[in-house]
Ligand binder design. Structure first.
Ligand SMILES: Nc1ncnc2c1ncn2[C@@H]1O[C@H](COP(=O)(O)OP(=O)(O)O)[C@@H](O)[C@H]1O
Ligand SMILES: [Mg+2]
Length: 310
């Protein structure tokens, strides 16, 4: 089975990487492809900007789950909102719940406790996958989680174990153990790392992989190298070159150098995507999906018949 097919069997696909490398664009591309492969898919973005909505051409929805395509939904998640929901759910008395939610102690706790927001985010995904979402939530096969950019997303994946080691009884303990099991199970949770072929992002992607090994005992399933410059036109010897073409050639040379570094430093499946002359939105998404399919065929040996990826 190729890695793309494997990803389409996961319940949870976590897309990680440094901010700005195209994490949201790739999460949307993956979500769309999984939906095309027949999976009922929700893309959850944890970023107040609601970029994933723009990418799919749906209006911002302020936290609600909205349908973007057939079998594809998107949601922008505010971890704090999810935490408040957990409190309301646990404390059935409205007055008591309000007291807790308004108290300064809770505010400090919610803002500062290490791992709590990450736990709330993953816990939300697990509840939806189990069909325990609010009334009107669609039945889902897969959630693609566009992880927050902070801490490379490792903190998100490491949080359940961290919390389960500190809190050993009560509902948070149960929840964190369940989430640690989900995140640690390569059959259930896939990890996709997005980067660009530039010095710092490559450095960080390699660090991220090491951090995942150390803290989650796992390797990512797929690396996506986004935003590659196309090969520059052939240089005519002795002829003075246009500055823009020279710039283009230098960026491409840098990309090639960093791709070579990845080839030696990162064993495992890799997808390469070009920098496209399109603004954020459905046209970019459609083009990225096509490039994704082409790269999967070229680099991963995904067959022609596997149309969901084209
Ligand atoms: N391959 C690409 N070609 C062209 N534009 C891209 C590509 N990948 C991402 N972008 C654009 O770059 C910007 C940052 O991408 P985004 O996915 O929002 O990054 P992140 O989520 O990592 O912060 C967005 O405007 C997006 O539309
Ligand atoms: Mg983003």
């Amino acid at each position: 089975m190729n890695p793309i097919e494997q990803l389409s069997r996961r319940q949870l696909v976590v897309v990680t990487g440094k901010g700005g490398v195209g994490k949201t664009a790739i999460a949307a591309t993956l979500g769309r492809s999984l939906a095309a492969a027949g999976r009922r898919t929700l893309v959850v973005e944890v970023d107040p900007r609601e970029n994933v909505h723009q990418m799919l051409g749906v209006p911002p929805s302020g936290g609600a789950i909205v349908q973007a395509e057939s079998r594809l939904w998107v949601q922008n998640l505010k971890p704090r909102q999810v935490l408040d929901e957990v409190v309301r759910e646990r404390l059935k008395l409205e007055l008591l719940a309000r007291r807790v939610l308004d108290s300064p102690v809770y505010h400090h706790f919610a803002a500062g406790a290490p791992g709590l927001k990450e736990l709330a985010t993953l816990g939300h995904a697990l509840r939806l996958l189990r069909g325990l979402g609010a009334p009107g939530t669609p039945d889902l096969d897969t959630i693609v989680l566009d992880a927050p950019a902070t801490g490379h997303g490792v903190s998100l994946l490491a949080a359940p174990r961290l919390v389960s080691e500190v809190i050993t009884s009560g509902p948070f303990s149960v929840m964190s153990s369940e989430l640690a099991a989900l995140v640690g199970d390569a059959e259930k949770c896939g990890i996709v790392v997005v980067t660009q072929a530039e010095e710092m992002p490559v450095e960080e992607a390699l660090e991220l992989r090491q951090a995942l090994r150390d803290r989650v005992q796992r390797d990512p399933e797929l690396l996506v190298v986004n935003g590659l410059y196309p090969p520059a036109p052939h240089q005519v010897p002795g002829e003075r070159e246009n500055e823009l073409v020279a710039l283009w050639r230098r960026r491409r040379a840098l990309n090639e150098r960093e791709l070579a570094r990845l080839k030696t430093g990162w064993q495992g499946p890799r997808i390469e995507l070009p920098q496209l002359p399109l603004d954020r939105g459905p046209a970019l998404l459609a083009a990225l999906s096509r490039c994704f399919g082409e790269s999967a065929r070229r680099h991963l040996g995904v067959g022609e018949g596997e149309g969901a990826w084209s």
